[in-house]
Design a protein around this ligand. Structure first.
Ligand code: F0G
Length: 483
């Protein structure tokens, strides 16, 4: 919850429109220990232990602060295996905000993707999308499908200031449908708040146009609404046509154009879970059987009923502009402060987090040396702040074993909602600036243990030289005995 307020002396500042009523103690290990922990974790930030982390900016998934109303709702959860009132409340809330009639619960976003792929992707078919997400692509390709990305070219230009860099290239969409043949397109997937290009939004106009093109061609439109929260904020503040619309109306207008909407409630709804919503019963029946098979009975789908209650309230709160502003305003603050210091970041500020442009910060490293992963290790060593590699390491190798170099080499500093204060964000900014000033010291990484699937989760790497030791020595020189 935030508002941007004007200061008497100076510029604007995002002001928290909430107070903190439960706290968790944090630990900031010393730099020598941070170096040791990073190497014990195979230089993979996913493998660090939370006790060794000061600020966890790995993700905003399942780690957002809950409101008092969410916590209160958890107490009234109905624990029945089948026919739970909790499910009815969640299902009714989803139906109200998306104008849908059917809701299939699933334990998280990728579980929805598994079911969608099982139900609708046949070998040889293509799924067209603005941009892939790691788990989405893994499920589609596992079933013999192919993914094609049709994002506008500005989307992969980290400097382009266009307001909706997650948009589809509509001409390309028409062209690809014609070339492939509509029957070979399993569905078109719109990813709100495009994760892997820096949380960049799509405009309402673009989403509606994509759905129109799909309708003309008899192709199903699927919205991945996991990051819809930020995308709604950007539509409201950046799109002329939506300026006077409420968040509810924007949501309904988009939802009405979609055949299927799925989401990770670890993001949308400030809880932990997920689900798939639709208007058409026939579509529901194609997926329904997979819920008891993979997830759980139809009225909980692998989720805890307590979380389901929290999600119901979280979805209501997502319709409150003050609440959904907090993430984008804090992210914008971080992006602007880093820009002032010359640190290359993805602009304009998007949702999800602040994205550092590792290719430009470390031009001396090639894709093969995993510059974004190396930068993420340097930031943790310098600060105890954990970010996430979103570059070549997050890609799967090509079938012939060669590397698939990422379009963008990014380090994502995600902004869990309502979790960190502005002074903590200022600390992270300070240490990232220091890393940038000392970028020449940073070297590459190489795998010593590389899993075949989703390697970024479990892969282990080592530095290609003693560069991390030099970074620790420079830290001591500059910061003395400070943490
Ligand atoms: N779709 C998008 C756009 C996502 O960002 C995610 C998750 C998923 C689907 C999968 O959902 O995690 O509940 O299974 N993104 C997380 C992240 C993991 O850190 O960005 P999930």
């Amino acid at each position: 919850m935030s508002q941007e307020i004007k200061l008497a002396y100076g510029e604007k500042m995002p002001l928290e429109m909430h107070k903190v009523r439960i706290v968790q103690k944090l630990n900031l290990p010393k730099v020598e220990d941070r170096y040791k922990f990073m190497n014990e974790a195979g230089n993979n930030t996913f493998l660090l232990q939370n006790r060794d982390i000061f600020m966890d900016m790995l993700t905003d998934s399942g780690v957002n602060a809950m409101s008092d109303r969410q916590q209160a709702a958890m107490l009234i959860a109905d624990d029945s295996y089948a026919g739970s009132e909790t499910f009815n409340r969640l299902s009714a809330q989803v139906g109200k905000m998306f104008n849908t009639n059917f809701f299939l619960p699933a334990h998280q976003g990728r579980a929805c993707e598994n079911i969608l792929a099982e139900a609708f992707v046949k070998p040889g078919q293509t799924v067209l999308m603005n941009f892939h997400f790691t788990t989405t692509k893994a499920h589609i390709t596992r079933l013999g499908g192919t993914v094609e990305e049709l994002i506008v070219k500005e989307g992969i230009d980290p400097h382009d200031l266009s307001p909706f860099k997650g948009n589809f290239d509509l001409d390309l969409l028409r062209e690809r449908i014609a070339a492939l043949g509509a029957e070979n397109v399993a569905f078109v997937r719109i990813e709100a708040g495009t994760n892997l290009v820096g949380g960049q939004p799509l405009s309402m106009e673009n989403m509606l146009a994509v759905a129109d093109i799909c309708k003309q061609n008899g192709i199903m439109t699927v919205l991945d609404a996991s990051l819809l929260q930020d995308n709604l904020y950007f539509i409201k503040v950046r799109e002329e046509a939506a300026k006077d619309m409420s968040i509810e109306d924007i949501t309904l207008k988009i939802a009405n154009a979609m055949d299927i909407i799925y989401f990770s409630a670890r993001k949308l709804g400030f809880g932990r879970g997920g689900g798939i919503a639709m208007r058409d019963e026939a579509l529901c029946l194609k997926m329904k059987e997979f819920i008891p098979l993979y997830e759980g009975f139809l009225t909980y789908g692998g989720m805890s009923v307590r979380e389901m209650e929290a999600i119901t309230v979280g979805l209501q709160e997502t319709m409150d502009f003050d609440i959904i502003s907090q993430g984008p305003l804090f992210i914008e603050y971080m992006v602007k402060e880093l820009q002032k210091a010359g640190v290359p970041v993805v602009v304009p500020a998007g949702g999800l987090g602040c994205h550092l442009n590792a290719s430009e910060i470390l031009p001396h490293l090639s894709h093969a040396e995993y510059p974004a992963a190396a930068l993420a290790t340097a930031i943790y060593i310098a600060s105890g702040v954990r970010g996430m590699e979103r570059g070549t390491l997050s890609e799967q190798r090509n079938p012939d074993g060669s590397e698939r170099y990422a379009e963008l080499e990014l380090v994502r500093m995600a902004m869990p909602r309502r979790v960190y204060t502005l002074s903590q964000v200022n600390y992270a900014i300070d240490r990232i600036k220091w890393v940038y000033e000392n970028r020449d010291l940073i070297g590459g990484l190489e795998f010593y243990d590389e899993p075949k699937v989703l390697r970024f989760f479990f892969g282990r790497l080592r530095p290609t030289s003693d560069w991390q030791e030099k970074l620790v020595a420079k830290f001591r020189e500059d910061f003395g005995d400070s943490l």
